[in-house]
Design a protein around this ligand. Sequence first.
Ligand code: AR6
Length: 235
Amino acid sequence: KEKDTQCMETETIQINNKKAAEGGKRGDSVGGDISSNSLHTLAFPSISTADFQFNHVKASDIIVESIDEALNKFKNIRLAMVDLSSGSHILSLVKDKAVKKKLDPLRFFTFAGNITLINTEGNLGCTVIANATNWRLKPGGGGVNAAIFSAGGEALKLATKEQAGTISPGKSLVVPLPSTSPLFEREGITHVIHVLGPNMNPERPNYLKNDYVKGCKILCEAYSSLFENFALVVH
Ligand code: AR6
């Protein structure tokens, strides 16, 4: 029963989000008096909480804090946190905490769907997407990194290599997408921002051995770097 209620609630939010997104595209004001047509939208996945095994409760606190800061600092941005399923634990935690913190629903919302189909299926009107990558910026490896590199094609691989060979934990890297990339052609994505979060998985490089003091610091830095780079891209 609990699950049913949760799903229904999430569906409603999804529909509301879709309306907000469509409104944003058309420039209508949805549920508020701020016109969202001048807002640039970033879609981002939850960094480090799946393969990198970062604690979801701690991550959700950091995500909501970082979003709040970014929305206050950069007035022309809108942020959409995306995960594959409406049953996503991290998405639900963030959604609840965002409501409690009274984040503006026109400028932050969660969305269940595939980030590589964010505009054709999600209709979110995003120009930039973020990727939770690995330190070698290597295509593949599963998760959202594999999905984004595969959807971005050769063009994304080459453009990433041109920018850098590796990335440090807590940092992000902006990659302008060549117009030959399917992500550009099909979704209208102009930039991918790769982000490397803290790793709590003993089977992956730079394992933090459950050091959440360091881990939380790195996750904060990762989101700040991502949102700052996004603001620079759409400046
Ligand atoms: N669309 C939206 N969200 C997705 C998609 C998708 N197509 N695919 C996965 N997610 P993860 P991490 C969500 O494991 O924990 C990689 O192998 C997923 O449900 O991709 O930072 C890299 O190469 C989760 O909520 O990233 C690194 O080695 C979120 O994306 C390592 O995993 C992030 O999950 C990074 O691990």
